[in-house]
Design a protein around this ligand. Structure first.
Ligand SMILES: Nc1ncnc2c1ncn2[C@@H]1O[C@H](COP(=O)(O)OP(=O)(O)O)[C@@H](O)[C@H]1O
Ligand SMILES: [Mg+2]
Length: 244
């Protein structure tokens, strides 16, 4: 279980981005964070991963206060994070990268299975360098696969995994998330705007203006999000002079 208590974070220039985030991510459940662009979702994920140091507040993972832990310590203790914009690695093949994540040499079949989960054909990618020659969508999928490879991970954080995943590959990714949920000692936190991911969420939190503005079960929160989307669509259509 992951708990965030009154997390505050500002940029180097003093702009307040996170203004007291309180959030609990229970084990064996999928919690989705959604909300407007620029609301602070990625900053929050980076605070969890240890890339941004909060000015105040606490991060508790499985009962331990990890607020002052380094990125490496958090990772060693079971925190896995998939970036919104993945990093590329020159000189490492996709197989190397997935093996490093798994903590052991993976067989070709295992690498292919992981790649298939994110909609990539293993044969084409297994020995490719995970460098800048990959497209945005390819590197995004490989990044997701590195987190899926981490069987030791107890808290898994994905930042907009839908970006770069086509409609046809989506079903296997959804299945992978549902399988993670079956492990009752793992907590899954996904930042997403995707209806299909929200459909399998147990809890939804809306982050806006650096705060959790709404939090509840999917049944409680999802309908109000859909109303908002419909309202936005209508106003867009009227302002464009479309039929209403
Ligand atoms: N390292 C940073 N330096 C300066 N501004 C940042 C930094 N990280 C995030 N921000 C700003 O914080 C705000 C929230 O960004 P972000 O957390 O990426 O939002 P979201 O993921 O919800 O779209 C944005 O205005 C963004 O420009
Ligand atoms: Mg973001």
């Amino acid at each position: 279980m992951l708990q965030l208590k009154d997390i505050r974070w500002s940029t180097e220039t003093g702009e307040k981005i996170l203004n007291g985030v309180d959030l609990t991510v229970p084990d064996g459940k999928l919690t989705v964070i959604t909300g407007p662009n620029g609301g602070g979702k990625t900053s929050l994920a980076k605070v969890i991963a240890g890339l941004y140091k909060p000015e105040s507040g606490q991060i508790i993972a499985d009962g331990k206060d990890i607020t002052d832990w380094s990125i490496t310590e958090r990772s060693k203790n079971g925190l896995a994070y998939a970036f919104q914009q993945p990093v590329r690695f020159k000189g490492l093949t996709v197989r190397d990268l997935l093996s490093i994540s798994a903590g052991r040499e993976l067989s070709s079949a295992e690498v292919c299975h992981l790649l298939a989960t994110v909609g990539l054909c293993g044969r084409d990618y297994i020995d490719r360098e995970a460098d800048a020659s990959l497209s945005g969508g390819e590197s995004k999928r490989i990044e997701i696969a590195t987190v899926l490879a981490r069987k030791d991970a107890k808290i898994l954080v994905f930042d907009e995994p839908e970006a770069g995943i086509d409609l046809w590959s989506f079903a296997s990714l959804i299945e992978a998330f549902e399988n993670i949920k079956k492990d009752t000692d793992r907590s899954l936190l996904i930042i997403s705007h995707q209806e299909r991911i929200m459909n399998i969420a147990d809890y939804i939190a809306v982050v806006a203006d650096g705060k959790v503005s709404k939090m509840g079960t999917r049944e409680e929160i999802f309908p109000s999000l859909m109303d908002k989307t419909a309202a936005t669509r209508c106003s867009l259509r009227t302002s464009e002079g479309g039929a209403l």
